[in-house]
Design a protein around this ligand. Structure first.
Ligand code: C2E
Ligand code: CA
Ligand code: CA
Ligand code: CA
Length: 276
């Protein structure tokens, strides 16, 4: 009921009235947030649990609002997606992440960074062109960049999306399908979409103690293997999660059990200790 109510406007409900006001204000404040440098990126480590090594980072955006404090991307990204603001915002995210990956690379940490893309962006703009421009500007080696897309992208002009993804991949950039297994299912399209990685949604991790969920995860892993697609589990929070996922043949993991998303300064302190 909560989810269904989210997009409905109800004039009699005081809370929803407040929600609408807040949304309106954020929409307005977003317009100047880039200029006032209120955004920053945090990076969450991804882990190889067989070799016990760091395999990369996911870049996640944060908005430090001057009045309201920290606002989560879960709240403001959908607002940005409703307008063309998502395009300049994603440009900034992509460029910032590439500069950071290039910086780590030059310090001897050759770790790929993944950036989340919005499906609305693919409809409104040529993402492949943007990626090419940013790679040129930042001189980042393309194999150190991964882009995370979602299944909802496949709901729209599929041929256009596939074309853009192919162009991106031909640059040497990796593509990951985020939140896999939730929402609109792209399972029947997995052999058509150019993909390197599936990110198993965290509902699977959360329910991995359920036998039927394990059966689904096992099937996804087998299918991915035969399509030569890697699988990484999201939302790994406990040793039990790690153990079950390992039993099922999943060896890439991301989640609070390993590390939370961190600011660059914290990562820079943490990285040298890792290899020591
Ligand atoms: P997502 O892409 O699925 O990102 C994973 C989210 O799960 C992040 O939340 C991360 O902090 C959180 N997370 C990581 N490990 C765990 C865990 O073990 N347990 C739990 N419960 N959560 C975990 P965050 O940073 O609040 O981002 C939320 C969503 O906002 C993202 O989901 C993504 O859809 C969107 N988002 C974040 N940054 C960006 C961005 O730069 N661009 C775009 N387009 N979307 C973004
Ligand atoms: Ca993601
Ligand atoms: Ca995800
Ligand atoms: Ca998501």
């Amino acid at each position: 009921a909560k989810a269904a109510g989210k997009n409905q406007y109800c004039i009699y409900n005081e809370d929803m009235g407040k929600g609408e006001v807040r949304k309106f204000e954020l929409q307005k404040d977003l317009q100047s947030a880039l200029d006032y440098e209120q955004f920053y990126l945090v990076y969450q480590p991804k882990w190889n649990t067989l070799s016990h090594s760091l395999i990369g980072f996911e870049a996640l955006i944060r908005w430090h609002h001057p009045r309201d404090g920290l606002i989560s991307p879960g709240e403001f990204i959908p607002i940005a997606e409703e307008s063309s603001y998502i395009i300049p915002l994603t440009k900034w995210i992509l460029k910032t992440a590439c500069i950071q990956a290039k910086q780590w690379d030059s310090e001897g940490y050759h770790l790929p960074v993944s950036v989340n893309l919005s499906s609305s962006h693919f409809r409104a703009d040529n993402v492949a062109e943007l990626v090419r421009t940013v790679l040129n500007e930042t001189e980042l080696s393309p194999h150190l960049l991964e882009l995370e897309i979602t299944e909802s992208m496949m709901l729209y002009d599929l041929n256009n999306v596939i074309e853009q993804l192919q162009a991106i991949r031909s640059l040497g950039v990796k593509i990951a399908m985020d939140d896999f297994g939730t929402g609109y299912s792209s399972i029947g399209l997995l052999d058509q979409i150019p993909l390197d990685t599936l990110k198993l949604d965290r509902v699977f991790t959360r329910n991995i103690d359920t036998k039927s969920k394990r059966a689904i995860v096992r099937a996804i892993i087998l299918m991915a293997e035969s399509l030569q697609i890697q699988v990484i589990a999201e939302g790994v929070e406990t040793q039990e999660h790690v153990d079950y996922l390992t039993q099922l043949g999943c060896h890439y993991m991301q989640g609070y059990f390993y590390a939370k998303p961190m600011k660059v300064s914290d990562i820079n302190e943490w990285l040298p200790r890792l290899s020591a």
